[in-house]
Design a protein around this ligand. Structure first.
Ligand SMILES: CC(C)(COP(=O)(O)OP(=O)(O)OC[C@H]1O[C@@H](n2cnc3c(N)ncnc32)[C@H](O)[C@@H]1OP(=O)(O)O)[C@@H](O)C(=O)NCCC(=O)NCCS
Length: 190
């Protein structure tokens, strides 16, 4: 499905291989990695991971990660119509779980777009798959991401040491109480 979805400021298109150069530019920017574990050297593999995950999720469910652009009626002197804003949305983790992820291009930070994108993703997931839990994992140092996810309706259900990023504190957020086995799985991949 390639039909765009519209939010108040954004046009959301399914993330496709043709968006690769936009993602690469974003992930080659050191500022994007300030609050994440990684570096611009990871740009190629991170871009490929997002594109592949988006396609897999979309093929399986019709829903996947979006690429966000600024709507014409939200343009201003600094960001023109059609500006690439970032990527975000849900991808399938299992038959019962979504993963919600976000990455906003630095030029578009601080304008509420992460919150707008996360809110659209939670709504789309809950409407299309009401029985499937929306989950997100962030590092504690990424306060902006956690704020956006909470504003989108998720709540923190676990805080503790990250399994995937030694030395970092992680957070798990969900839109409902996960089952014990689901939480265990999320903690092991946090
Ligand atoms: C973190 C990120 C998603 C925030 O995007 P954004 O569009 O600037 O966020 P919003 O404007 O919607 O702001 C969301 C909230 O976070 C706060 N916030 C944003 N950046 C913040 C920061 N660096 N530190 C603390 N709070 C921050 C905002 O003030 C806002 O708070 P509020 O809801 O209380 O008003 C963006 O900076 C980003 O993509 N960073 C790099 C990649 C990344 O971290 N991805 C997330 C991986 S889980």
């Amino acid at each position: 499905m390639t039909t765009p979805t519209f939010t108040s400021s954004l046009r959301l298109e399914p993330l496709l291989p043709r968006h690769r150069a936009l993602l690469l530019t974003m992930f080659e920017d050191q500022r994007v990695w300030t609050y994440l574990d990684g570096s611009p050297a990871d740009a190629e593999k991170t871009t490929t991971r997002f594109i592949d995950a988006a396609e897999l999720s979309r093929c399986a469910t019709g829903l996947g990660i979006w690429t966000a652009f600024l709507r014409a009626d939200s343009a201003d002197g600094r960001l023109p119509s059609g500006t690439f804003v970032g990527i975000g949305g849900v991808r399938t983790l299992s038959a019962d779980l979504w993963n919600l992820g976000l990455s906003i291009a630095p030029a578009a930070w601080g304008r509420g777009y992460a919150t707008e994108l996360a809110t659209a993703a939670v709504n789309a997931a809950q409407v299309s798959f009401p029985n499937r839990t929306v989950t997100a994992r962030t590092l504690a140092k990424n306060a902006g991401s956690e704020r956006a996810l909470i504003s989108a309706g998720l709540r923190v259900v676990w805080r503790g040491p990250s399994a995937a990023h030694p030395g970092e504190e992680a957070r798990i957020l969900t839109d409902r109480q996960p089952r014990g086995s689901e939480l265990e799985w999320l903690i092991h991949s946090s």
